[in-house]
Ligand binder design. Sequence first.
Ligand SMILES: [Zn+2]
Length: 412
Amino acid sequence: MDPQTLFYIIIAIIIIDFIIDKILETLNAKHFDDPIPKELENVYDKKEYEKSQLYKKERYRFGILTSTFSVLLTLGFIVFDGFAWVDEIARNFTDNDILVALIFFGIIMIGSDILTTPFSWYSTFVIEEKYGFNKTTKKTFFLDKIKGWLMMAILGGGILALIVWFYQFAGNDFWWYAWILVAVFSVFLNMFYAKLIVPLFNKQSPLEEGSLRTKIETYAESVGFTLDNIFIIDGSKRSTKANAYFSGFGKEKRITLFDTLVKDLEEEEIVAVLAHEVGHYKKNHIIVNLAASILTTGFTLWLLSLFVGSPALSQALGVEEPSFHIGLIAFGILYSPVSEITGLIMNYLSRKFEYQADNYAKETYAASPLISSLKKLSKNSLSNLTPHKAYVFMHFSHPTLLQRFRNLKRNL
Ligand SMILES: [Zn+2]
Protein backbone atom coordinates (compact mmCIF):
# COMPACT_ATOMS: atom_id res chain seq x y z
CA MET A 1 0.00 0.00 0.00
CA ASP A 2 1.33 3.46 -0.76
CA PRO A 3 2.21 5.80 2.10
CA GLN A 4 -0.32 8.44 1.00
CA THR A 5 -3.28 6.03 1.31
CA LEU A 6 -1.93 4.78 4.62
CA PHE A 7 -1.71 8.35 5.84
CA TYR A 8 -5.39 8.93 5.03
CA ILE A 9 -6.38 5.66 6.70
CA ILE A 10 -4.52 6.72 9.86
CA ILE A 11 -6.30 10.10 9.90
CA ALA A 12 -9.66 8.41 9.22
CA ILE A 13 -9.20 5.94 12.07
CA ILE A 14 -8.47 8.72 14.55
CA ILE A 15 -11.48 10.78 13.44
CA ILE A 16 -13.93 7.87 13.28
CA ASP A 17 -12.86 6.61 16.68
CA PHE A 18 -13.39 10.09 18.10
CA ILE A 19 -16.84 10.45 16.50
CA ILE A 20 -18.05 7.04 17.75
CA ASP A 21 -16.91 7.94 21.24
CA LYS A 22 -18.69 11.29 21.15
CA ILE A 23 -21.92 9.72 19.89
CA LEU A 24 -21.85 7.22 22.75
CA GLU A 25 -21.13 9.88 25.33
CA THR A 26 -23.90 12.12 24.01
CA LEU A 27 -26.37 9.23 24.01
CA ASN A 28 -25.36 8.50 27.57
CA ALA A 29 -25.71 12.14 28.61
CA LYS A 30 -29.22 12.30 27.13
CA HIS A 31 -30.27 9.82 29.81
CA PHE A 32 -28.75 11.66 32.77
CA ASP A 33 -32.17 12.98 33.74
CA ASP A 34 -34.10 9.72 33.33
CA PRO A 35 -36.21 8.77 36.34
CA ILE A 36 -34.29 6.55 38.77
CA PRO A 37 -35.45 2.91 38.69
CA LYS A 38 -37.76 2.02 41.63
CA GLU A 39 -35.27 -0.43 43.16
CA LEU A 40 -32.62 2.26 43.43
CA GLU A 41 -34.74 5.14 44.65
CA ASN A 42 -33.27 4.94 48.13
CA VAL A 43 -29.69 5.44 46.93
CA TYR A 44 -29.90 9.24 46.93
CA ASP A 45 -32.02 11.72 48.78
CA LYS A 46 -33.23 14.68 46.73
CA LYS A 47 -30.27 16.93 47.46
CA GLU A 48 -27.64 14.27 46.84
CA TYR A 49 -29.36 13.34 43.63
CA GLU A 50 -29.22 16.92 42.39
CA LYS A 51 -25.55 17.02 43.30
CA SER A 52 -24.92 13.81 41.37
CA GLN A 53 -26.70 15.31 38.34
CA LEU A 54 -24.43 18.34 38.39
CA TYR A 55 -21.36 16.15 38.81
CA LYS A 56 -22.20 13.90 35.84
CA LYS A 57 -22.88 16.89 33.61
CA GLU A 58 -19.68 18.63 34.58
CA ARG A 59 -17.65 15.44 34.00
CA TYR A 60 -19.35 15.00 30.63
CA ARG A 61 -18.52 18.52 29.44
CA PHE A 62 -14.97 18.20 30.70
CA GLY A 63 -14.59 14.86 28.88
CA ILE A 64 -15.63 16.48 25.59
CA LEU A 65 -13.11 19.26 26.12
CA THR A 66 -10.15 16.99 26.93
CA SER A 67 -10.83 14.45 24.20
CA THR A 68 -11.28 17.19 21.60
CA PHE A 69 -8.00 18.75 22.66
CA SER A 70 -6.15 15.45 22.50
CA VAL A 71 -7.57 14.43 19.12
CA LEU A 72 -6.71 17.83 17.61
CA LEU A 73 -3.23 17.59 19.07
CA THR A 74 -2.71 14.11 17.59
CA LEU A 75 -4.06 15.10 14.18
CA GLY A 76 -1.97 18.27 14.10
CA PHE A 77 1.10 16.30 15.07
CA ILE A 78 0.57 13.81 12.27
CA VAL A 79 -0.38 16.33 9.58
CA PHE A 80 2.64 18.52 10.35
CA ASP A 81 5.07 15.57 10.49
CA GLY A 82 5.62 15.85 14.23
CA PHE A 83 6.88 12.29 14.53
CA ALA A 84 9.49 12.94 11.82
CA TRP A 85 10.57 16.04 13.72
CA VAL A 86 10.96 14.19 17.05
CA ASP A 87 12.76 11.38 15.22
CA GLU A 88 15.24 13.92 13.88
CA ILE A 89 15.84 15.40 17.32
CA ALA A 90 16.52 11.92 18.70
CA ARG A 91 18.90 11.16 15.84
CA ASN A 92 20.88 14.30 16.59
CA PHE A 93 21.94 12.75 19.87
CA THR A 94 23.06 9.33 18.70
CA ASP A 95 22.80 6.79 15.92
CA ASN A 96 22.32 3.82 18.17
CA ASP A 97 18.83 2.53 17.27
CA ILE A 98 17.97 1.53 20.82
CA LEU A 99 18.87 4.95 22.20
CA VAL A 100 17.06 6.71 19.36
CA ALA A 101 13.89 4.73 20.19
CA LEU A 102 14.25 5.54 23.90
CA ILE A 103 14.78 9.25 23.33
CA PHE A 104 11.97 9.33 20.76
CA PHE A 105 9.40 7.76 23.09
CA GLY A 106 10.74 9.74 26.05
CA ILE A 107 10.06 13.02 24.25
CA ILE A 108 6.61 11.91 23.02
CA MET A 109 5.51 10.62 26.45
CA ILE A 110 6.82 13.49 28.54
CA GLY A 111 5.66 16.05 25.96
CA SER A 112 2.12 14.73 25.89
CA ASP A 113 2.07 14.36 29.65
CA ILE A 114 3.08 17.98 30.15
CA LEU A 115 0.47 19.17 27.64
CA THR A 116 -2.29 17.25 29.40
CA THR A 117 -1.21 18.10 32.95
CA PRO A 118 -3.38 21.26 33.09
CA PHE A 119 -6.40 19.06 32.41
CA SER A 120 -5.63 16.54 35.12
CA TRP A 121 -4.88 19.45 37.46
CA TYR A 122 -8.29 20.97 36.70
CA SER A 123 -9.97 17.59 37.09
CA THR A 124 -8.43 17.00 40.52
CA PHE A 125 -8.28 20.47 42.04
CA VAL A 126 -11.37 22.04 40.50
CA ILE A 127 -13.97 19.38 39.68
CA GLU A 128 -13.21 16.68 42.27
CA GLU A 129 -12.54 19.40 44.83
CA LYS A 130 -15.89 21.09 44.21
CA TYR A 131 -17.79 17.85 44.89
CA GLY A 132 -15.78 17.06 47.99
CA PHE A 133 -13.87 14.08 46.59
CA ASN A 134 -10.39 15.49 46.40
CA LYS A 135 -7.84 14.82 49.16
CA THR A 136 -4.73 15.12 46.97
CA THR A 137 -2.32 17.83 47.96
CA LYS A 138 -0.38 19.72 45.33
CA LYS A 139 2.76 18.06 46.60
CA THR A 140 1.27 14.58 46.15
CA PHE A 141 0.08 15.55 42.69
CA PHE A 142 3.58 16.48 41.52
CA LEU A 143 5.32 13.64 43.35
CA ASP A 144 2.91 11.21 41.66
CA LYS A 145 3.84 12.68 38.29
CA ILE A 146 7.56 12.39 38.91
CA LYS A 147 7.31 8.86 40.31
CA GLY A 148 5.11 7.90 37.36
CA TRP A 149 7.72 9.21 34.94
CA LEU A 150 10.56 7.41 36.70
CA MET A 151 8.64 4.17 36.72
CA MET A 152 7.79 4.60 33.05
CA ALA A 153 11.44 5.33 32.24
CA ILE A 154 12.74 2.29 34.09
CA LEU A 155 10.08 -0.32 33.31
CA GLY A 156 8.77 0.98 29.98
CA GLY A 157 12.24 2.04 28.83
CA GLY A 158 13.75 -1.30 29.84
CA ILE A 159 11.14 -3.30 27.96
CA LEU A 160 11.33 -1.07 24.90
CA ALA A 161 15.13 -1.28 24.79
CA LEU A 162 15.00 -5.08 24.97
CA ILE A 163 12.35 -5.31 22.23
CA VAL A 164 14.33 -3.07 19.85
CA TRP A 165 17.39 -5.20 20.61
CA PHE A 166 15.43 -8.39 19.82
CA TYR A 167 14.38 -6.75 16.56
CA GLN A 168 17.99 -6.00 15.72
CA PHE A 169 19.21 -9.58 16.02
CA ALA A 170 16.10 -11.62 15.23
CA GLY A 171 14.41 -9.46 12.58
CA ASN A 172 10.72 -10.29 12.18
CA ASP A 173 11.06 -13.20 14.61
CA PHE A 174 11.52 -10.64 17.38
CA TRP A 175 7.89 -11.08 18.37
CA TRP A 176 8.53 -14.46 20.00
CA TYR A 177 11.20 -13.03 22.26
CA ALA A 178 9.13 -9.93 22.96
CA TRP A 179 6.11 -12.05 23.80
CA ILE A 180 8.02 -14.18 26.29
CA LEU A 181 9.49 -11.04 27.86
CA VAL A 182 6.12 -9.31 28.21
CA ALA A 183 4.42 -12.49 29.47
CA VAL A 184 7.04 -13.11 32.15
CA PHE A 185 6.92 -9.45 33.10
CA SER A 186 3.11 -9.40 33.46
CA VAL A 187 3.08 -12.51 35.63
CA PHE A 188 5.84 -11.04 37.77
CA LEU A 189 4.06 -7.69 38.04
CA ASN A 190 0.77 -9.37 38.92
CA MET A 191 2.52 -11.32 41.69
CA PHE A 192 4.55 -8.52 43.18
CA TYR A 193 2.61 -5.39 42.25
CA ALA A 194 1.46 -4.90 45.84
CA LYS A 195 4.95 -5.38 47.24
CA LEU A 196 7.01 -3.44 44.72
CA ILE A 197 4.87 -0.79 43.02
CA VAL A 198 2.11 0.17 45.46
CA PRO A 199 4.54 1.23 48.26
CA LEU A 200 5.92 3.91 45.94
CA PHE A 201 2.55 5.63 46.00
CA ASN A 202 0.74 4.49 49.15
CA LYS A 203 1.11 3.19 52.65
CA GLN A 204 -0.27 -0.27 53.31
CA SER A 205 -0.70 -1.82 56.70
CA PRO A 206 -2.02 -5.22 57.74
CA LEU A 207 -5.60 -5.14 59.01
CA GLU A 208 -5.47 -4.93 62.80
CA GLU A 209 -6.83 -7.57 65.15
CA GLY A 210 -10.41 -6.82 66.10
CA SER A 211 -13.98 -7.62 65.24
CA LEU A 212 -13.58 -6.87 61.52
CA ARG A 213 -10.54 -9.09 61.18
CA THR A 214 -12.28 -11.87 63.11
CA LYS A 215 -15.35 -11.65 60.87
CA ILE A 216 -13.19 -11.78 57.75
CA GLU A 217 -11.20 -14.74 59.03
CA THR A 218 -14.34 -16.61 60.03
CA TYR A 219 -15.71 -16.10 56.55
CA ALA A 220 -12.45 -17.07 54.82
CA GLU A 221 -12.27 -20.25 56.86
CA SER A 222 -15.88 -21.15 56.03
CA VAL A 223 -15.02 -21.21 52.33
CA GLY A 224 -11.63 -22.88 52.81
CA PHE A 225 -9.65 -19.86 51.71
CA THR A 226 -6.31 -19.17 53.35
CA LEU A 227 -5.98 -15.47 53.63
CA ASP A 228 -2.97 -14.20 55.53
CA ASN A 229 -2.63 -10.95 53.66
CA ILE A 230 -5.37 -8.43 54.29
CA PHE A 231 -4.10 -4.90 53.90
CA ILE A 232 -5.54 -1.46 54.43
CA ILE A 233 -4.27 1.13 51.99
CA ASP A 234 -4.40 4.90 52.52
CA GLY A 235 -6.61 5.69 49.54
CA SER A 236 -7.82 8.71 51.53
CA LYS A 237 -4.49 10.34 50.66
CA ARG A 238 -5.95 11.15 47.23
CA SER A 239 -9.71 10.79 47.19
CA THR A 240 -12.74 10.00 49.32
CA LYS A 241 -13.83 7.42 46.73
CA ALA A 242 -13.61 3.84 48.02
CA ASN A 243 -12.35 0.61 46.51
CA ALA A 244 -11.11 -2.91 47.22
CA TYR A 245 -9.12 -5.27 45.04
CA PHE A 246 -7.48 -8.63 44.85
CA SER A 247 -3.94 -9.16 43.57
CA GLY A 248 -1.34 -11.87 43.16
CA PHE A 249 -1.82 -15.59 43.43
CA GLY A 250 -0.41 -18.55 45.33
CA LYS A 251 1.42 -17.40 48.43
CA GLU A 252 1.40 -13.79 47.22
CA LYS A 253 -2.34 -13.43 47.04
CA ARG A 254 -3.72 -10.55 49.02
CA ILE A 255 -6.78 -8.44 49.47
CA THR A 256 -6.39 -4.70 49.70
CA LEU A 257 -9.12 -2.56 51.23
CA PHE A 258 -9.12 1.21 50.91
CA ASP A 259 -9.29 2.98 54.27
CA THR A 260 -12.18 4.94 52.77
CA LEU A 261 -14.06 1.68 52.24
CA VAL A 262 -13.53 0.62 55.83
CA LYS A 263 -14.76 4.02 56.98
CA ASP A 264 -17.89 4.10 54.80
CA LEU A 265 -19.14 0.54 55.23
CA GLU A 266 -20.44 -1.57 58.11
CA GLU A 267 -18.39 -4.66 58.97
CA GLU A 268 -20.92 -7.06 57.38
CA GLU A 269 -20.79 -5.01 54.21
CA ILE A 270 -17.00 -5.14 54.12
CA VAL A 271 -17.06 -8.93 54.52
CA ALA A 272 -19.57 -9.08 51.64
CA VAL A 273 -17.25 -7.01 49.41
CA LEU A 274 -14.43 -9.30 50.42
CA ALA A 275 -16.53 -12.38 49.63
CA HIS A 276 -17.01 -10.90 46.15
CA GLU A 277 -13.22 -10.57 45.80
CA VAL A 278 -12.69 -14.13 47.04
CA GLY A 279 -15.22 -15.16 44.37
CA HIS A 280 -12.98 -13.67 41.69
CA TYR A 281 -10.14 -15.80 42.97
CA LYS A 282 -12.10 -19.01 43.45
CA LYS A 283 -13.64 -18.76 39.99
CA ASN A 284 -10.14 -18.36 38.49
CA HIS A 285 -10.87 -14.89 37.09
CA ILE A 286 -7.40 -13.64 37.95
CA ILE A 287 -5.72 -16.42 35.96
CA VAL A 288 -8.17 -16.21 33.05
CA ASN A 289 -7.67 -12.43 32.77
CA LEU A 290 -3.93 -12.82 32.85
CA ALA A 291 -4.01 -15.59 30.25
CA ALA A 292 -6.33 -13.57 28.00
CA SER A 293 -4.08 -10.55 28.18
CA ILE A 294 -0.99 -12.64 27.42
CA LEU A 295 -2.72 -14.21 24.39
CA THR A 296 -3.83 -10.81 23.11
CA THR A 297 -0.30 -9.50 23.53
CA GLY A 298 1.06 -12.42 21.50
CA PHE A 299 -1.45 -11.77 18.73
CA THR A 300 -0.64 -8.05 18.69
CA LEU A 301 3.11 -8.63 18.60
CA TRP A 302 2.76 -11.18 15.81
CA LEU A 303 0.69 -8.71 13.77
CA LEU A 304 3.23 -6.00 14.52
CA SER A 305 6.03 -8.23 13.24
CA LEU A 306 4.26 -8.50 9.85
CA PHE A 307 4.12 -4.74 9.35
CA VAL A 308 6.75 -2.98 11.43
CA GLY A 309 9.53 -3.22 8.85
CA SER A 310 7.40 -1.93 5.98
CA PRO A 311 8.75 1.40 4.63
CA ALA A 312 5.18 2.54 3.85
CA LEU A 313 4.33 2.65 7.58
CA SER A 314 7.18 5.01 8.37
CA GLN A 315 6.65 7.04 5.22
CA ALA A 316 2.98 7.53 6.08
CA LEU A 317 4.25 9.48 9.10
CA GLY A 318 6.74 11.43 6.99
CA VAL A 319 9.89 9.44 7.83
CA GLU A 320 11.79 8.15 4.77
CA GLU A 321 13.97 5.46 6.37
CA PRO A 322 11.85 2.78 8.09
CA SER A 323 12.65 2.33 11.76
CA PHE A 324 11.15 0.23 14.52
CA HIS A 325 9.83 3.05 16.68
CA ILE A 326 8.12 4.93 13.82
CA GLY A 327 6.63 1.67 12.54
CA LEU A 328 5.40 0.99 16.05
CA ILE A 329 3.58 4.35 16.27
CA ALA A 330 1.89 3.91 12.86
CA PHE A 331 0.99 0.33 13.71
CA GLY A 332 -0.41 1.43 17.07
CA ILE A 333 -2.90 3.75 15.36
CA LEU A 334 -3.81 1.27 12.60
CA TYR A 335 -4.30 -1.42 15.23
CA SER A 336 -6.66 0.66 17.38
CA PRO A 337 -9.90 -0.59 15.72
CA VAL A 338 -8.76 -4.14 16.53
CA SER A 339 -7.95 -3.20 20.10
CA GLU A 340 -11.40 -1.58 20.39
CA ILE A 341 -12.84 -4.99 19.56
CA THR A 342 -10.60 -6.95 21.93
CA GLY A 343 -11.40 -4.35 24.60
CA LEU A 344 -15.10 -4.91 23.98
CA ILE A 345 -14.67 -8.64 24.43
CA MET A 346 -12.65 -8.14 27.61
CA ASN A 347 -15.33 -5.82 29.03
CA TYR A 348 -18.02 -8.35 28.19
CA LEU A 349 -16.03 -11.07 29.92
CA SER A 350 -15.36 -8.84 32.89
CA ARG A 351 -19.07 -8.11 33.36
CA LYS A 352 -19.78 -11.86 33.31
CA PHE A 353 -17.11 -12.32 35.96
CA GLU A 354 -18.64 -9.62 38.14
CA TYR A 355 -21.96 -11.48 38.16
CA GLN A 356 -20.14 -14.68 39.05
CA ALA A 357 -18.28 -12.99 41.90
CA ASP A 358 -21.54 -11.43 43.15
CA ASN A 359 -23.23 -14.83 43.02
CA TYR A 360 -20.35 -16.37 44.89
CA ALA A 361 -20.70 -13.76 47.63
CA LYS A 362 -24.45 -14.36 47.73
CA GLU A 363 -24.05 -18.14 48.01
CA THR A 364 -21.23 -18.21 50.52
CA TYR A 365 -22.09 -15.15 52.58
CA ALA A 366 -25.19 -13.03 51.98
CA ALA A 367 -26.75 -10.84 49.32
CA SER A 368 -28.21 -8.02 51.38
CA PRO A 369 -24.96 -6.58 52.82
CA LEU A 370 -23.45 -6.71 49.32
CA ILE A 371 -26.45 -4.85 47.92
CA SER A 372 -26.29 -2.20 50.61
CA SER A 373 -22.53 -1.81 50.15
CA LEU A 374 -22.91 -1.37 46.40
CA LYS A 375 -25.59 1.25 46.98
CA LYS A 376 -23.46 3.11 49.48
CA LEU A 377 -20.43 3.04 47.19
CA SER A 378 -22.53 4.36 44.28
CA LYS A 379 -23.94 7.11 46.43
CA ASN A 380 -20.57 8.14 47.80
CA SER A 381 -19.04 8.41 44.35
CA LEU A 382 -22.13 10.18 42.93
CA SER A 383 -22.47 7.47 40.25
CA ASN A 384 -24.76 7.64 37.30
CA LEU A 385 -27.68 5.29 37.99
CA THR A 386 -29.14 5.54 34.48
CA PRO A 387 -26.35 4.90 31.97
CA HIS A 388 -27.30 4.20 28.35
CA LYS A 389 -27.23 0.56 27.17
CA ALA A 390 -24.82 1.18 24.29
CA TYR A 391 -22.45 3.06 26.57
CA VAL A 392 -22.53 0.24 29.11
CA PHE A 393 -21.88 -2.30 26.38
CA MET A 394 -18.84 -0.43 25.09
CA HIS A 395 -17.26 0.97 28.22
CA PHE A 396 -18.41 -0.75 31.40
CA SER A 397 -16.19 -3.38 32.97
CA HIS A 398 -18.87 -3.89 35.64
CA PRO A 399 -22.62 -4.39 35.21
CA THR A 400 -24.70 -1.38 36.22
CA LEU A 401 -25.88 -1.05 39.81
CA LEU A 402 -29.42 -1.91 38.70
CA GLN A 403 -28.27 -5.06 36.91
CA ARG A 404 -26.24 -6.20 39.90
CA PHE A 405 -29.10 -5.41 42.24
CA ARG A 406 -31.56 -7.47 40.19
CA ASN A 407 -29.11 -10.34 39.90
CA LEU A 408 -28.50 -10.39 43.65
CA LYS A 409 -32.21 -10.21 44.44
CA ARG A 410 -33.03 -13.10 42.11
CA ASN A 411 -34.09 -16.30 43.94
CA LEU A 412 -33.64 -14.66 47.26
ZN1 LIG B 1 -15.39 -7.56 41.04
